[in-house]
Ligand binder design. Structure first.
Ligand SMILES: NC(=O)c1ccc[n+]([C@@H]2O[C@H](COP(=O)([O-])OP(=O)(O)OC[C@H]3O[C@@H](n4cnc5c(N)ncnc54)[C@H](O)[C@@H]3O)[C@@H](O)[C@H]2O)c1
Length: 368
């Protein structure tokens, strides 16, 4: 492997076989769809996903059948905490790159029940690292790209940005569990010489996002005439990025990031929650032929989330400068695409919300 400068490779990594964890989730499925559609990517892909409430094979329907027939794609239902399984898959499929998306990902759920977050995000990442370390000890190097969040950096005031060297200051069980996993990844790289890269990204939105997260929840509630719950005063600021732009950033870092490097990814697109909701309502009203004022009347301020971080803002200058990454979707285009997708895929949302997908899963994969 040749290094371009301390941060990038001159000869890109070209994985022949990737293990993608959490590939049936929101961002992992975008990564798999975009990679399989990219003629420049010839990697075989094994998707390891437990299919928790957040994982859904429908997210990949229509994208994986041909590659599956051609032996380029396969799915395994399983748990990242099962180190023996991860090791077996790495060996069986001669994996040379592991892209780790699988996680419990919803902050509110982490506040109500932190245990799953510690078990999946911390112990799951630990099992992945141990499996990669065992492969290395057996003479087979696997590069690990770990997908993380900007929430590990804590909360900002009105000014300033997170850079790659900002000290970690996680403040929710979710962000603490992700911070712990990031630390483990760096520690394994340092201690055992594993080849790793890491990315910390801001809030994603787009098709196939589980309708518990802000944007899909608000769209679904608008369509059903349900209240639009806004935490506190609605002035909390988040940066938003269209999911396929994140998937592209992960691929760039995976293929061109030097071992041991970290990369911030964001949309340069800060919004106060309430402002975002007003913009979203305008787009939904136009598509649904509804009265925007009537939708605005659904806005309901609710008790703030405990420990709600005020502002996240990410400086993604490094990935722009060194890897030439730039988001292809500005917020207007991304929201249009998301709302259009939602209207064309009402069945997906209804199934996910009603539990019909779970029934299908139990029938086809057995109860978990
Ligand atoms: N959503 C965001 O805005 C955002 C932003 C930055 C970083 N991230 C990170 O990106 C990654 C993916 O996030 P997402 O929004 O797609 O999450 P998601 O909740 O939509 O998907 C998570 C996937 O992981 C799978 N999974 C959960 N536990 C598992 C286990 N024990 N074994 C195997 N699979 C398991 C689920 O079935 C699901 O398919 C996470 O690591 C998250 O922390 C998310």
């Amino acid at each position: 492997m040749s290094h371009g400068n301390a941060e990038t490779l001159t000869v890109p990594r070209a994985p022949s076989s990737m293990l993608v964890t959490g590939g049936a989730g929101f961002i992992g499925s975008s990564f798999i769809r975009t990679r399989l559609a990219d003629p420049a990517c010839t990697s075989r892909i094994v998707n390891l996903d437990l299919l928790t409430y957040a994982g859904n094979l429908e997210n990949l329907a229509g994208h994986v059948e041909e590659p599956e027939r051609a032996g380029r794609y396969s799915f395994v239902r399983g748990d990242i905490r099962d180190q023996a399984l991860v090791e077996r898959l790495l060996e069986q499929h001669k994996v040379d790159a592991l892209v780790h998306f699988a996680a419990e990902s919803h902050v509110d759920r982490s506040i109500h029940g932190p245990r799953d977050f510690i078990e999946t995000n911390v112990l799951g990442t630990f099992a992945i690292l141990e499996a990669v370390r065992a492969r290395k000890a057996a003479g087979h190097d696997v590069h690990l790209h770990h997908v993380s969040t900007d929430e590990v950096f804590g909360s900002l005031g009105d000014t300033g940005f997170f850079v790659e060297t900002t000290a970690y200051d996680p403040r929710s069980p979710y962000s603490a569990s992700k911070a712990a996993s990031d630390h483990l990844v760096r520690a394994y790289a340092h201690t055992y010489g594993l080849s790793t890269t890491l990315s910390n990204c801001s809030n994603n939105y787009g098709p196939f996002q589980f309708p518990e997260k802000l944007i899909p929840l608000m769209i679904a509630n608008c369509l059903e005439g349900k209240p639009l719950p806004v935490y506190g005063d609605g002035q909390n600021v988040r940066d938003w990025l269209y999911v396929d732009d994140h998937a592209e950033a992960v691929w760039l870092v995976l293929t061109r990031g030097a071992p041991g490097t970290s990369w911030n990814v964001g949309g340069r697109n800060e919004k106060k929650n309430l402002d975002l909701l007003h913009e979203l309502i305008e787009v939904v009203a136009r598509h649904a032929n509804k009265d925007a004022a009537a939708l605005r009347a659904l806005i309901t301020f609710v008790k703030d989330r405990p420990g709600h971080d005020r502002r996240y803002a990410i400086d993604c200058g490094k990935i722009e400068r060194l890897l030439g990454w730039t988001p292809r979707h500005d917020f207007g285009a991304g929201i249009e695409a998301t709302v259009r997708w939602t209207f064309a895929n009402r069945g997906w949302i209804d199934r996910v919300r009603s539990g019909a997908y779970r029934e299908w899963l139990d029938t086809n994969y057995g109860k978990r």
